[in-house]
Design a protein around this ligand. Structure first.
Ligand SMILES: NC(=O)c1ccc[n+]([C@@H]2O[C@H](COP(=O)([O-])OP(=O)(O)OC[C@H]3O[C@@H](n4cnc5c(N)ncnc54)[C@H](OP(=O)(O)O)[C@@H]3O)[C@@H](O)[C@H]2O)c1
Length: 328
């Protein structure tokens, strides 16, 4: 089968297309024929090892000290089950599914095995393969941070970086949970963020949200420009800062902030739970959650897709489509 591989950390041109062995499912696994995958900010970070301040060494320990341990990137896919292991009853050949391999990666390939009890779910019928492939990364991150931040209906939530992969999911989920949502983004993305349901939008190129007298129960930072020192006066008493993007110095402050105020910083990697995928699939089916697709690229042009994602300016998600046998 064809896969996109890399053998060294670096710019997008470290990615190459090559023939690798097609996997076969173990007894508890399903084999998925990939129809679409994505390029996420996570793929960019693991490819380049451009990671938040203080995480360079630990990232090498996790992903490979001198070269990548897992040569195939990609955390999300959607496709069709081709075959199942002998202990698998809940899926069958022909099922249309989407899956999240998370930190194990390996989705930039024509076929991928996933454990039957892993993050695999039937594809919502109202979503395309491309849309379904893009449910997981932003959706599970936003959902996990809102769970850890104990978001309550009626709370005021500000999302800094509301137009990215995590931000577009966070706006929709916060609205679903009954929050009053303010999205912060650049001028070109104001309409997009409003269309996702944000009650208010702030253009960060024209207005500093920490300087307008408003305060919030929860501030989500996906852009890395809203550390506690900057936003502490914009958090209400009992408020929580959800640092989706934070460096080691931000995390070292967590105990001090907890001891000296009644505000809280929540940070660290998002948990990857199969049940969160099922929840997002259900919401998507009900029309209450829809991944935003910015651009789509063919599999063979994945390096170009990476170059675009590297800009840090994508709107929602970038999808990679795989050609099927009968397609030209
Ligand atoms: N903790 C975790 O487990 C976890 C999980 C997922 C992602 N992350 C991290 O979270 C970050 C965001 O991920 P993503 O997938 O959403 O990235 P993304 O899709 O590349 O989006 C980044 C967004 O940031 C916005 N932005 C840039 N500068 C900004 C500023 N000064 N103020 C407000 N918004 C700004 C951009 O919008 P404009 O073009 O409008 O500026 C863009 O839409 C990444 O660094 C990623 O590594 C962490």
């Amino acid at each position: 089968m064809k896969a996109i591989t890399y053998t060294n950390y670096g710019p997008p041109d470290v990615l190459q297309i090559e023939e690798v062995a097609k996997p076969s499912p173990k007894d508890n696994e399903v084999l998925i024929k990939t129809r679409a995958t994505t390029v996420t900010s996570g793929d960019w970070r693991v490819r380049s090892l451009n990671v938040p301040v203080g995480f360079g060494f630990i990232s090498r320990l996790i992903f490979g000290v001198f070269k990548p341990r897992q040569p195939i990137l990609g955390t999300e896919l959607a496709g069709e089950i081709e075959s199942v292991g002998k202990n698998v009853k809940k899926f069958k050949a022909g099922d249309q599914v989407f899956a999240f391999s998370g930190a194990a990666m390996g989705c930039y390939a024509e076929y991928k095995c996933m454990p039957k009890n892993g993050a695999v779910s039937l594809k919502p019928a109202n979503l395309s393969y491309g849309e379904a492939a893009a449910i997981s990364f932003g959706g599970t991150t936003a959902l996990d941070f809102f769970k850890r931040g104990k978001l309550q209906s009626g709370e005021k939530v500000l999302i800094n970086g509301a137009s990215g992969g995590v931000g577009t999911a966070a706006v929709q989920l916060a609205k679903h949970f009954g929050a009053e949502v303010t999205g912060v983004c650049s001028t070109t993305n104001l309409e997009l963020v409003k269309s996702l349901g944000a009650n208010h939008v702030i253009d960060y190129t024209k207005e500093d949200f920490t300087d307008n007298g408003m305060s919030y129960d929860i501030i989500v930072d996906t852009a890395g420009t809203a550390p506690f020192s900057r936003i502490k006066n914009s958090l209400k008493e009992g408020g929580r800062l959800l640092l989706v993007l934070g460096g080691l110095p931000d995390m070292l402050q967590i105990p001090w902030v907890l001891m000296t105020s009644n505000k809280k910083i929540i940070a660290g990697p998002a948990n990857e739970r199969a049940e969160d995928l099922q929840f997002l699939a259900k919401l998507a089916e009900l029309g209450k959650f829809k991944p935003v697709i910015d651009r789509q690229y063919p599999f063979e042009q994945i390096a170009e897709a990476h170059s675009y994602v590297d800009t840090g300016r994508k709107k929602g998600n970038v999808v990679i489509k795989l050609k099927q046998n009968n397609e030209t």
